[in-house]
Design a binder for this molecule. Sequence first.
Ligand code: URP
Ligand code: ZN
Ligand code: ZN
Length: 479
Amino acid sequence: MSVLIQGGTVVNADRSFCADVLCQKGLITAVGEGLKAPSGATIVDAGGQYVMPGGIDPHTHMQLPFMGTVASDDFYSGTAAGLAGGTTMIIDFVIPAPQQDIMDAYKQWREWAEKSVADYSFHVAITWWDESVHAAMGTLVKKHGVNSFKHFMAYKGAIMCDDEVLVNSFTRARELGAIVTVHAENGELVFRLQKEIFEKGVTGPEGHPLSRPPQVEGEAANRAIRIAEVLKVPLYVVHNSCIQSLQAITRARNEGQRVFGEVLAGHLLIDDSVYRNPDFDIAAAHVMSPPFRSAEHQAALWQGLQSGNLQTTATDHCCFCADQKAAGRNDFRLIPNGTGGVENRLEVLWHHGVRTGRLTMNEFVRVTSTNAAQIFNIYPQKGSITVGSDADIVVWDPVATKTISAKTHKQNVDYNIFEGMTVTGCASHTISRGKVVFAKGELDVERGAGRYVDRPAFASYYDALNLQSQQAEPVAVRR
Ligand code: URP
Ligand code: ZN
Ligand code: ZN
Protein backbone atom coordinates (compact mmCIF):
# COMPACT_ATOMS: atom_id res chain seq x y z
CA MET A 1 0.00 0.00 0.00
CA SER A 2 1.46 3.38 -0.94
CA VAL A 3 0.26 6.94 -0.56
CA LEU A 4 1.68 9.95 -2.39
CA ILE A 5 0.96 13.32 -0.82
CA GLN A 6 1.40 15.79 -3.65
CA GLY A 7 1.97 19.49 -3.91
CA GLY A 8 1.96 20.51 -0.26
CA THR A 9 4.35 22.41 1.97
CA VAL A 10 6.11 20.14 4.46
CA VAL A 11 6.31 21.76 7.89
CA ASN A 12 8.78 20.20 10.29
CA ALA A 13 9.94 21.60 13.62
CA ASP A 14 13.09 23.01 12.03
CA ARG A 15 11.96 24.22 8.59
CA SER A 16 9.28 24.32 5.92
CA PHE A 17 9.72 23.44 2.25
CA CYS A 18 7.68 22.45 -0.82
CA ALA A 19 7.78 18.69 -1.34
CA ASP A 20 5.78 15.61 -2.15
CA VAL A 21 5.83 12.83 0.45
CA LEU A 22 5.75 9.16 -0.48
CA CYS A 23 4.60 6.61 2.10
CA GLN A 24 5.19 2.89 1.58
CA LYS A 25 4.75 -0.02 3.95
CA GLY A 26 4.00 2.31 6.83
CA LEU A 27 7.11 4.45 6.43
CA ILE A 28 8.03 7.67 4.69
CA THR A 29 10.22 6.51 1.80
CA ALA A 30 10.75 9.72 -0.16
CA VAL A 31 10.42 13.45 0.39
CA GLY A 32 11.08 15.71 -2.58
CA GLU A 33 9.68 17.66 -5.47
CA GLY A 34 8.06 15.91 -8.46
CA LEU A 35 7.88 12.41 -6.95
CA LYS A 36 6.32 9.78 -9.23
CA ALA A 37 3.39 7.79 -7.87
CA PRO A 38 4.01 4.03 -7.80
CA SER A 39 1.27 2.08 -9.58
CA GLY A 40 -1.82 1.72 -7.45
CA ALA A 41 -0.79 4.49 -5.06
CA THR A 42 -3.44 6.60 -3.37
CA ILE A 43 -2.87 10.24 -4.28
CA VAL A 44 -3.61 12.93 -1.70
CA ASP A 45 -3.76 16.40 -3.22
CA ALA A 46 -2.14 18.70 -0.68
CA GLY A 47 -2.10 21.82 -2.86
CA GLY A 48 -2.36 24.92 -0.68
CA GLN A 49 -2.02 22.79 2.45
CA TYR A 50 0.62 21.96 5.03
CA VAL A 51 2.01 18.45 5.50
CA MET A 52 3.02 18.01 9.12
CA PRO A 53 4.04 15.21 11.48
CA GLY A 54 0.91 13.74 13.07
CA GLY A 55 0.17 15.07 16.51
CA ILE A 56 1.43 13.18 19.55
CA ASP A 57 -0.76 13.61 22.61
CA PRO A 58 1.56 12.68 25.48
CA HIS A 59 -1.21 12.66 28.10
CA THR A 60 -4.47 10.74 27.67
CA HIS A 61 -6.56 8.36 29.78
CA MET A 62 -8.67 6.08 27.60
CA GLN A 63 -11.16 3.87 29.50
CA LEU A 64 -9.50 4.79 32.79
CA PRO A 65 -11.17 3.28 35.85
CA PHE A 66 -11.31 6.39 38.06
CA MET A 67 -13.40 7.75 40.93
CA GLY A 68 -15.88 4.89 40.85
CA THR A 69 -16.49 4.88 37.11
CA VAL A 70 -14.67 4.35 33.80
CA ALA A 71 -13.71 7.05 31.29
CA SER A 72 -16.18 6.93 28.40
CA ASP A 73 -13.76 7.05 25.48
CA ASP A 74 -12.03 3.71 25.15
CA PHE A 75 -8.88 2.98 23.17
CA TYR A 76 -10.92 2.46 19.99
CA SER A 77 -13.14 5.53 20.07
CA GLY A 78 -10.51 7.76 21.66
CA THR A 79 -7.74 7.01 19.17
CA ALA A 80 -10.24 7.32 16.30
CA ALA A 81 -11.28 10.75 17.56
CA GLY A 82 -7.61 11.70 17.75
CA LEU A 83 -7.08 10.71 14.11
CA ALA A 84 -10.05 12.88 13.08
CA GLY A 85 -8.17 15.84 14.52
CA GLY A 86 -4.71 14.92 13.19
CA THR A 87 -3.33 13.21 16.29
CA THR A 88 -1.68 9.96 15.25
CA MET A 89 -0.21 8.80 18.54
CA ILE A 90 -1.13 8.94 22.20
CA ILE A 91 0.90 8.19 25.29
CA ASP A 92 -1.59 6.90 27.84
CA PHE A 93 -1.05 5.80 31.45
CA VAL A 94 -1.00 2.46 33.20
CA ILE A 95 -2.28 3.32 36.70
CA PRO A 96 -2.06 0.40 39.13
CA ALA A 97 -4.34 0.52 42.16
CA PRO A 98 -2.41 0.77 45.44
CA GLN A 99 -0.86 -2.64 46.18
CA GLN A 100 -1.79 -3.94 42.71
CA ASP A 101 1.01 -5.83 40.99
CA ILE A 102 2.51 -3.37 38.49
CA MET A 103 3.11 -5.97 35.80
CA ASP A 104 -0.49 -7.19 36.09
CA ALA A 105 -1.71 -3.64 35.60
CA TYR A 106 0.63 -3.14 32.65
CA LYS A 107 -0.68 -6.32 30.99
CA GLN A 108 -4.27 -5.22 31.64
CA TRP A 109 -3.73 -1.84 29.94
CA ARG A 110 -1.89 -3.47 27.02
CA GLU A 111 -4.88 -5.74 26.52
CA TRP A 112 -7.35 -2.83 26.68
CA ALA A 113 -5.29 -0.93 24.13
CA GLU A 114 -5.29 -3.70 21.54
CA LYS A 115 -8.35 -2.15 19.90
CA SER A 116 -6.55 1.15 19.24
CA VAL A 117 -6.71 2.47 15.70
CA ALA A 118 -3.64 4.70 16.10
CA ASP A 119 -0.23 4.08 17.65
CA TYR A 120 0.13 4.31 21.41
CA SER A 121 2.55 3.89 24.25
CA PHE A 122 2.34 3.95 28.05
CA HIS A 123 3.76 5.90 30.94
CA VAL A 124 3.47 3.69 34.05
CA ALA A 125 2.29 5.23 37.33
CA ILE A 126 4.04 4.35 40.56
CA THR A 127 1.29 4.42 43.17
CA TRP A 128 2.98 2.48 45.99
CA TRP A 129 6.35 1.02 46.83
CA ASP A 130 8.06 -2.20 47.74
CA GLU A 131 10.79 -4.40 46.30
CA SER A 132 8.43 -5.83 43.68
CA VAL A 133 7.80 -2.32 42.33
CA HIS A 134 11.55 -1.70 42.21
CA ALA A 135 11.98 -4.91 40.20
CA ALA A 136 8.97 -4.23 37.94
CA MET A 137 10.37 -0.82 36.97
CA GLY A 138 13.48 -2.59 35.72
CA THR A 139 11.46 -5.14 33.76
CA LEU A 140 9.31 -2.42 32.19
CA VAL A 141 12.32 -0.41 31.07
CA LYS A 142 14.46 -3.28 29.86
CA LYS A 143 11.84 -5.56 28.35
CA HIS A 144 8.75 -3.49 27.58
CA GLY A 145 9.87 -0.17 26.12
CA VAL A 146 8.69 1.99 29.03
CA ASN A 147 10.96 4.98 29.72
CA SER A 148 8.68 7.21 31.83
CA PHE A 149 7.07 6.77 35.24
CA LYS A 150 4.20 8.89 36.53
CA HIS A 151 3.58 10.06 40.10
CA PHE A 152 0.31 11.51 41.32
CA MET A 153 1.03 13.96 44.15
CA ALA A 154 -2.75 14.38 44.60
CA TYR A 155 -5.79 12.07 45.00
CA LYS A 156 -5.20 11.23 48.67
CA GLY A 157 -6.61 7.90 49.73
CA ALA A 158 -6.43 6.61 46.16
CA ILE A 159 -3.41 6.85 43.85
CA MET A 160 -1.44 9.63 45.59
CA CYS A 161 2.20 8.96 46.42
CA ASP A 162 4.01 10.52 49.33
CA ASP A 163 7.59 11.79 49.35
CA GLU A 164 8.95 8.39 50.35
CA VAL A 165 7.50 6.82 47.20
CA LEU A 166 8.72 9.75 45.11
CA VAL A 167 12.25 9.39 46.44
CA ASN A 168 12.33 5.61 45.95
CA SER A 169 10.87 5.76 42.47
CA PHE A 170 12.93 8.75 41.28
CA THR A 171 16.09 6.99 42.48
CA ARG A 172 15.17 3.81 40.62
CA ALA A 173 14.25 5.74 37.46
CA ARG A 174 17.64 7.42 37.50
CA GLU A 175 19.38 4.05 37.69
CA LEU A 176 17.34 2.82 34.75
CA GLY A 177 17.71 5.87 32.50
CA ALA A 178 13.99 6.66 32.67
CA ILE A 179 12.30 10.05 33.02
CA VAL A 180 9.90 10.75 35.89
CA THR A 181 6.67 12.68 35.51
CA VAL A 182 4.39 14.22 38.12
CA HIS A 183 0.83 15.41 38.54
CA ALA A 184 1.80 18.30 40.80
CA GLU A 185 -0.80 19.16 43.42
CA ASN A 186 -0.31 18.89 47.18
CA GLY A 187 -2.86 16.16 47.93
CA GLU A 188 -2.87 16.81 51.69
CA LEU A 189 -3.76 20.45 51.16
CA VAL A 190 -6.44 19.57 48.60
CA PHE A 191 -7.96 17.09 51.06
CA ARG A 192 -8.02 19.68 53.84
CA LEU A 193 -9.42 22.47 51.66
CA GLN A 194 -12.10 20.20 50.18
CA LYS A 195 -13.29 19.33 53.68
CA GLU A 196 -13.30 22.95 54.87
CA ILE A 197 -15.11 24.22 51.78
CA PHE A 198 -17.70 21.45 51.83
CA GLU A 199 -18.34 21.97 55.55
CA LYS A 200 -18.93 25.68 54.87
CA GLY A 201 -21.82 24.58 52.65
CA VAL A 202 -20.18 24.93 49.25
CA THR A 203 -21.20 21.61 47.75
CA GLY A 204 -21.42 22.40 44.01
CA PRO A 205 -18.75 22.44 41.27
CA GLU A 206 -17.72 25.99 42.27
CA GLY A 207 -16.03 24.33 45.26
CA HIS A 208 -13.66 22.42 42.99
CA PRO A 209 -11.29 25.28 42.01
CA LEU A 210 -11.52 26.75 45.54
CA SER A 211 -10.11 23.51 46.92
CA ARG A 212 -7.21 23.45 44.44
CA PRO A 213 -5.73 26.97 44.36
CA PRO A 214 -2.58 27.64 42.34
CA GLN A 215 -0.37 27.59 45.44
CA VAL A 216 -1.23 23.92 45.93
CA GLU A 217 0.10 23.20 42.45
CA GLY A 218 3.12 25.47 42.76
CA GLU A 219 4.20 23.82 46.02
CA ALA A 220 4.03 20.32 44.56
CA ALA A 221 5.77 21.29 41.32
CA ASN A 222 8.59 22.91 43.26
CA ARG A 223 8.88 19.94 45.64
CA ALA A 224 9.07 17.45 42.76
CA ILE A 225 11.60 19.63 40.98
CA ARG A 226 13.85 19.88 44.04
CA ILE A 227 13.61 16.14 44.74
CA ALA A 228 14.51 15.47 41.10
CA GLU A 229 17.39 17.93 41.35
CA VAL A 230 18.86 16.21 44.40
CA LEU A 231 18.41 12.77 42.85
CA LYS A 232 19.65 13.94 39.44
CA VAL A 233 16.79 12.55 37.41
CA PRO A 234 15.06 14.31 34.50
CA LEU A 235 11.53 15.44 35.33
CA TYR A 236 8.44 16.18 33.22
CA VAL A 237 5.64 18.09 34.96
CA VAL A 238 2.27 17.30 33.38
CA HIS A 239 -0.66 19.69 32.91
CA ASN A 240 0.80 22.93 34.28
CA SER A 241 -2.12 25.25 34.79
CA CYS A 242 -0.74 28.23 36.67
CA ILE A 243 1.93 30.87 37.09
CA GLN A 244 3.28 29.19 40.25
CA SER A 245 4.24 25.89 38.60
CA LEU A 246 5.49 27.63 35.46
CA GLN A 247 7.74 29.80 37.62
CA ALA A 248 9.11 26.74 39.42
CA ILE A 249 9.92 25.09 36.08
CA THR A 250 11.41 28.25 34.59
CA ARG A 251 13.61 28.81 37.64
CA ALA A 252 14.92 25.24 37.54
CA ARG A 253 15.57 25.37 33.80
CA ASN A 254 17.45 28.63 34.22
CA GLU A 255 19.60 26.84 36.79
CA GLY A 256 20.38 24.16 34.23
CA GLN A 257 18.10 21.44 35.55
CA ARG A 258 16.58 19.00 33.08
CA VAL A 259 12.92 19.79 33.71
CA PHE A 260 10.17 19.78 31.10
CA GLY A 261 6.65 21.20 31.29
CA GLU A 262 3.42 20.26 29.56
CA VAL A 263 0.37 22.47 29.11
CA LEU A 264 -3.12 21.37 28.15
CA ALA A 265 -5.07 22.99 25.33
CA GLY A 266 -7.91 23.46 27.84
CA HIS A 267 -5.75 25.33 30.35
CA LEU A 268 -4.64 27.72 27.61
CA LEU A 269 -8.15 28.52 26.44
CA ILE A 270 -10.75 28.02 29.17
CA ASP A 271 -11.06 30.10 32.32
CA ASP A 272 -12.44 29.35 35.75
CA SER A 273 -15.77 31.11 35.18
CA VAL A 274 -17.04 27.74 33.87
CA TYR A 275 -17.30 26.51 37.48
CA ARG A 276 -19.78 29.25 38.33
CA ASN A 277 -22.23 28.23 35.61
CA PRO A 278 -25.58 27.66 37.40
CA ASP A 279 -26.22 24.59 35.24
CA PHE A 280 -24.66 21.72 37.23
CA ASP A 281 -24.08 19.61 34.12
CA ILE A 282 -22.08 22.32 32.39
CA ALA A 283 -20.03 23.23 35.46
CA ALA A 284 -19.38 19.57 36.30
CA ALA A 285 -18.35 18.83 32.70
CA HIS A 286 -15.37 21.13 33.32
CA VAL A 287 -14.29 19.54 36.60
CA MET A 288 -10.76 18.36 36.09
CA SER A 289 -7.55 18.69 38.06
CA PRO A 290 -5.80 21.00 38.19
CA PRO A 291 -8.82 23.20 37.47
CA PHE A 292 -9.15 25.84 34.78
CA ARG A 293 -7.69 29.12 36.03
CA SER A 294 -8.20 32.85 35.62
CA ALA A 295 -7.05 34.77 32.53
CA GLU A 296 -3.71 35.88 34.02
CA HIS A 297 -2.66 32.25 34.32
CA GLN A 298 -3.68 31.56 30.72
CA ALA A 299 -1.58 34.49 29.51
CA ALA A 300 1.42 33.18 31.45
CA LEU A 301 0.97 29.66 30.03
CA TRP A 302 1.00 31.03 26.48
CA GLN A 303 4.18 32.89 27.33
CA GLY A 304 5.65 29.69 28.77
CA LEU A 305 4.92 27.89 25.50
CA GLN A 306 6.30 30.75 23.41
CA SER A 307 9.49 31.03 25.46
CA GLY A 308 10.13 27.28 25.38
CA ASN A 309 9.86 26.84 29.15
CA LEU A 310 6.82 24.66 28.42
CA GLN A 311 7.66 22.23 25.64
CA THR A 312 4.59 20.12 24.97
CA THR A 313 0.84 20.43 24.62
CA ALA A 314 -1.54 17.65 25.59
CA THR A 315 -5.20 17.17 26.48
CA ASP A 316 -5.30 14.85 29.52
CA HIS A 317 -8.20 13.36 27.55
CA CYS A 318 -10.29 11.63 30.25
CA CYS A 319 -13.97 11.84 29.38
CA PHE A 320 -16.98 11.37 31.61
CA CYS A 321 -20.58 11.83 30.46
CA ALA A 322 -23.21 13.80 32.36
CA ASP A 323 -24.64 10.70 34.05
CA GLN A 324 -21.15 9.90 35.37
CA LYS A 325 -20.49 13.47 36.51
CA ALA A 326 -23.85 13.35 38.33
CA ALA A 327 -22.24 11.19 41.03
CA GLY A 328 -21.10 14.50 42.52
CA ARG A 329 -24.37 16.41 42.24
CA ASN A 330 -24.49 16.93 46.02
CA ASP A 331 -20.76 16.87 46.70
CA PHE A 332 -18.21 18.33 44.27
CA ARG A 333 -15.55 15.99 45.69
CA LEU A 334 -17.32 13.06 44.03
CA ILE A 335 -17.50 14.50 40.50
CA PRO A 336 -15.20 12.32 38.37
CA ASN A 337 -12.26 14.52 37.42
CA GLY A 338 -11.56 14.75 33.72
CA THR A 339 -12.32 16.43 30.40
CA GLY A 340 -11.80 15.57 26.73
CA GLY A 341 -10.09 17.19 23.78
CA VAL A 342 -7.89 14.67 21.93
CA GLU A 343 -9.83 15.45 18.73
CA ASN A 344 -9.52 19.22 19.00
CA ARG A 345 -6.03 19.95 20.34
CA LEU A 346 -4.39 20.69 17.00
CA GLU A 347 -7.17 22.87 15.62
CA VAL A 348 -7.60 25.02 18.75
CA LEU A 349 -3.83 25.49 19.02
CA TRP A 350 -3.55 26.38 15.36
CA HIS A 351 -6.42 28.86 15.61
CA HIS A 352 -5.36 30.48 18.86
CA GLY A 353 -1.62 29.92 18.50
CA VAL A 354 -0.57 30.16 14.84
CA ARG A 355 -3.31 32.44 13.57
CA THR A 356 -2.73 34.92 16.40
CA GLY A 357 1.02 34.99 15.76
CA ARG A 358 1.88 33.46 19.12
CA LEU A 359 3.43 30.42 17.44
CA THR A 360 5.06 29.94 14.06
CA MET A 361 3.98 26.89 12.10
CA ASN A 362 7.29 25.24 12.97
CA GLU A 363 6.78 25.98 16.65
CA PHE A 364 3.29 24.52 16.34
CA VAL A 365 4.80 21.26 15.06
CA ARG A 366 7.34 21.35 17.87
CA VAL A 367 4.77 21.71 20.65
CA THR A 368 2.19 19.33 19.19
CA SER A 369 4.53 16.54 18.07
CA THR A 370 8.31 16.84 17.83
CA ASN A 371 9.12 17.86 21.39
CA ALA A 372 7.03 15.01 22.80
CA ALA A 373 8.83 12.58 20.47
CA GLN A 374 12.21 13.88 21.63
CA ILE A 375 11.44 14.05 25.35
CA PHE A 376 10.01 10.52 25.35
CA ASN A 377 12.73 9.19 23.02
CA ILE A 378 10.82 8.13 19.93
CA TYR A 379 12.31 10.73 17.60
CA PRO A 380 12.67 10.58 14.60
CA GLN A 381 10.47 7.49 14.35
CA LYS A 382 7.71 9.93 15.29
CA GLY A 383 7.57 13.72 15.17
CA SER A 384 9.18 14.34 11.78
CA ILE A 385 8.49 14.19 8.05
CA THR A 386 11.75 12.47 7.18
CA VAL A 387 12.69 9.46 5.09
CA GLY A 388 12.61 6.46 7.43
CA SER A 389 10.12 7.94 9.89
CA ASP A 390 6.75 6.31 10.48
CA ALA A 391 4.22 7.64 7.95
CA ASP A 392 2.08 9.37 10.62
CA ILE A 393 1.09 12.57 8.90
CA VAL A 394 -1.56 15.25 9.02
CA VAL A 395 -2.44 17.25 5.91
CA TRP A 396 -3.58 20.59 7.23
CA ASP A 397 -6.01 22.88 5.46
CA PRO A 398 -5.26 26.35 6.83
CA VAL A 399 -8.45 27.93 5.46
CA ALA A 400 -11.02 25.28 6.40
CA THR A 401 -13.35 26.51 9.12
CA LYS A 402 -15.49 24.56 11.55
CA THR A 403 -17.42 25.07 14.74
CA ILE A 404 -16.58 22.54 17.43
CA SER A 405 -19.54 20.78 18.99
CA ALA A 406 -20.41 17.62 20.92
CA LYS A 407 -23.16 17.14 18.33
CA THR A 408 -20.60 16.51 15.60
CA HIS A 409 -17.41 15.40 17.34
CA LYS A 410 -16.21 11.80 17.22
CA GLN A 411 -15.27 11.65 20.91
CA ASN A 412 -17.50 9.33 22.91
CA VAL A 413 -18.70 11.93 25.37
CA ASP A 414 -21.75 14.17 25.54
CA TYR A 415 -19.92 17.43 26.15
CA ASN A 416 -17.09 19.30 24.47
CA ILE A 417 -15.15 21.84 26.52
CA PHE A 418 -14.56 23.83 23.30
CA GLU A 419 -18.29 23.78 22.43
CA GLY A 420 -19.21 26.56 20.01
CA MET A 421 -15.62 27.60 19.27
CA THR A 422 -15.16 28.36 15.58
CA VAL A 423 -11.68 27.52 14.36
CA THR A 424 -9.93 28.10 11.06
CA GLY A 425 -7.36 25.45 10.18
CA CYS A 426 -8.23 21.73 10.39
CA ALA A 427 -6.98 18.31 9.35
CA SER A 428 -8.14 17.50 5.83
CA HIS A 429 -6.40 14.11 5.77
CA THR A 430 -4.72 12.02 8.42
CA ILE A 431 -2.32 9.24 7.49
CA SER A 432 -1.51 6.62 10.11
CA ARG A 433 1.33 4.19 9.42
CA GLY A 434 1.00 4.95 5.71
CA LYS A 435 -2.76 4.54 5.39
CA VAL A 436 -5.28 7.34 4.84
CA VAL A 437 -7.51 6.97 7.90
CA PHE A 438 -9.33 10.31 7.80
CA ALA A 439 -10.35 12.29 4.72
CA LYS A 440 -12.92 15.01 4.17
CA GLY A 441 -14.57 14.53 7.51
CA GLU A 442 -14.83 10.72 7.36
CA LEU A 443 -12.87 8.15 9.33
CA ASP A 444 -11.74 4.91 7.70
CA VAL A 445 -10.13 3.04 10.58
CA GLU A 446 -9.46 -0.56 11.41
CA ARG A 447 -9.95 -1.83 14.95
CA GLY A 448 -6.57 -2.92 16.29
CA ALA A 449 -4.49 -1.27 13.54
CA GLY A 450 -2.66 0.87 16.10
CA ARG A 451 0.62 -0.50 17.36
CA TYR A 452 2.39 -0.30 20.68
CA VAL A 453 5.44 1.94 20.40
CA ASP A 454 8.53 0.98 22.41
CA ARG A 455 10.34 3.88 24.00
CA PRO A 456 13.93 2.94 24.87
CA ALA A 457 15.59 4.27 28.00
CA PHE A 458 17.98 7.16 27.92
CA ALA A 459 21.61 6.88 28.90
CA SER A 460 21.36 6.84 32.68
CA TYR A 461 22.71 9.74 34.63
CA TYR A 462 25.34 7.40 35.98
CA ASP A 463 26.50 6.73 32.43
CA ALA A 464 26.18 10.33 31.38
CA LEU A 465 28.11 11.62 34.36
CA ASN A 466 30.54 8.72 34.14
CA LEU A 467 29.88 7.81 37.76
CA GLN A 468 30.25 4.38 39.28
CA SER A 469 27.21 2.64 40.71
CA GLN A 470 26.71 -0.92 41.82
CA GLN A 471 23.14 -0.69 40.67
CA ALA A 472 23.63 0.95 37.30
CA GLU A 473 23.06 -1.60 34.57
CA PRO A 474 23.52 -1.10 30.85
CA VAL A 475 20.36 -0.12 29.03
CA ALA A 476 19.40 0.21 25.38
CA VAL A 477 20.16 3.74 24.30
CA ARG A 478 18.61 5.23 21.24
CA ARG A 479 20.51 8.49 20.98
O1 URP B 1 -8.82 15.62 36.19
C1 URP B 1 -8.02 14.91 35.61
N1 URP B 1 -6.91 15.46 35.17
N2 URP B 1 -8.29 13.59 35.44
C2 URP B 1 -7.45 12.60 34.94
C3 URP B 1 -6.44 12.14 35.94
C4 URP B 1 -5.33 13.15 36.07
O2 URP B 1 -5.18 13.77 37.11
O3 URP B 1 -4.55 13.35 35.15
ZN1 ZN C 1 -3.30 14.64 36.53
ZN1 ZN D 1 -4.00 12.89 33.44
